[in-house]
Design a protein around this ligand. Structure first.
Ligand code: FES
Length: 433
């Protein structure tokens, strides 16, 4: 019987922190105790900035413990997208920011044992070779090093793959749990609202000069228009024993694409993804694949995760909106949260301590957002707001859909989820239904 928990969560004890019950003051307040919040707090505290982090539940839950934990600057086929929309210089900058993030992880892993391993990363296709060639062209134009191959160690026929060397994989909780121990953290402290420089929680008010929202989906609706700028995508992982010992990390960018990486004796097979609130492959698609390509394997763990997807494939890191100089956001990692959250921690720390970052324009949450995905998100919101049903989302009122595989009520608009009793599982919803 496989366990419904991620491999990372099975192995680790995370220190418990107190809740904040009285009013407080801090220079920087970070809301959200996932990887983005913890790394930002760590980066700021390394620079001598007084910093407090609050988390609604326990730290390092959610996406942070349900990832496949690849650290790479190769985010699917992002470079062709960036070169087409913003030019080769922007692509080069994206690569540089992410390579620096890999180096920061490498340095941390020298201090903390977190099963960090240098690996090659591959993005491959099994059915549409042209898009891999376009990505290769974009990389050439941008002067980014890569190799092209049509041979991999995977037991499937690959038409083409792009390899980035010297990328990495790790166990995120083994790194972040010790890192968090020296930080000023309050758990079970729920931020209800932000008014100017005051954060109102259930039991206290915190005054802060700067506020960073790292709550997975940004929860403040009145600024930044994140309800239009983000949607969420659900994806699934199974951990197999007796499958295959892999040297590289792999991701398939086709529809129904799969993700592969090894961890100790396990092979982590990911995929089955779909927009939250829509039907998709789920674990059953992965189990069928496992049966076909690894017939001797046994499933030991299974879990799901949920990612915020931006409109143009680039994360949002910087000022929450053009009108909020003291409010920052870190979100929209497009399934590449390990590397992106490290990049984002650096950008936000630079903005807070120096007032500028060389990456602020590229990742600015206020950049031009007229993209085809904006139209898709708008249609989805209108259709689901107008759908008549009694189960409605407590975020902005869209019709909820029953998720048979996970026994939850899921919202196709912005991805909130609720359990059978109506309790919030995933934000942006703040209230139960
Ligand atoms: Fe926004 Fe449901 S998540 S309406």
């Amino acid at each position: 019987m496989s366990k419904h928990i991620s491999v990372w969560n099975d192995e680790i004890n995370i220190k418990q922190f107190p809740s904040l019950d009285t009013d407080a003051k801090t220079d920087v307040l970070i809301i959200g105790g996932g990887i983005a919040g913890i790394l930002t707090a760590y980066e700021l505290s390394q620079r001598g900035v007084e910093c407090t982090l609050i988390e609604k539940n326990r730290i390092l839950q959610g996406v942070t413990c349900n990832t496949t934990a690849k650290i790479t600057s190769q985010h699917g086929l992002i470079y062709n997208k960036i070169v087409s929309s913003k030019g080769a210089e922007a692509a080069k900058l994206y690569y540089k920011a992410n390579q620096e993030a890999i180096e920061k992880y490498r340095a941390l892993a020298q201090e903390i044992d977190c099963d960090f391993e240098i690996k090659d990363n591959y993005v491959y296709t099994t059915d549409f070779e042209a898009k891999i060639h376009k990505e290769a062209e974009a990389l050439n134009k941008s002067g980014i090093p890569f190799d092209f191959t049509d041979k991999t160690e995977l037991p499937i026929k690959v038409l083409g793959a792009i390899k980035f060397s010297n990328q990495a994989q790790f166990n995120p909780l083994k790194l972040l749990a010790p890192l968090s121990e020296s930080l000023n953290i309050y758990e079970n402290t729920f931020a209800l609202n932000v008014k100017n420089n005051s954060i109102i929680t259930e039991k206290a008010t915190i005054k802060a000069k700067k506020i960073v929202v790292a709550t997975h989906f940004p929860f403040i609706n009145r600024h930044g228009n994140y309800s239009m700028k983000l949607y969420q995508d659900r994806s699934y992982v199974i951990a197999l024993k007796n499958a295959q010992k892999l040297n590289g990390m792999y991701i398939n960018e086709d529809e129904k694409g799969l993700s592969f990486r090894g961890y100790n004796d396990y092979l982590l097979l990911g995929g089955g993804s779909h927009r939250t609130g829509k039907s998709g492959g789920g674990w059953s698609e992965l189990r069928e694949t496992a049966k076909r390509i690894y017939p001797e394997s046994s499933e030991e763990f299974y879990w799901a995760t949920q990612d915020c997807m931006s409109l143009d494939g680039i994360m949002y890191s910087g000022n929450y909106s053009a009108m909020t100089p003291d409010l920052y956001v870190s979100s929209g990692f497009n399934k590449w949260g390990m590397t992106s959250s490290m990049v984002s921690a650096g950008i936000i720390a630079d903005l807070i301590t120096d007032g500028k970052s060389e990456y602020q324009e590229l990742f600015s949450p206020s950049r031009n957002m007229i993209t085809p995905q904006l139209a898709v998100n708008s249609v989805e919101s209108i259709v689901n707001l107008l759908t008549p049903t009694t189960k409605r989302c407590s975020h902005l009122g869209c019709a909820l859909k029953w998720n048979k595989a996970e026994h939850s009520w899921d919202c196709p608009c912005h991805g909130s989820r609720f359990d059978e009793s109506g309790e919030v599982l995933n934000n942006p919803a703040q209230k139960d239904i």
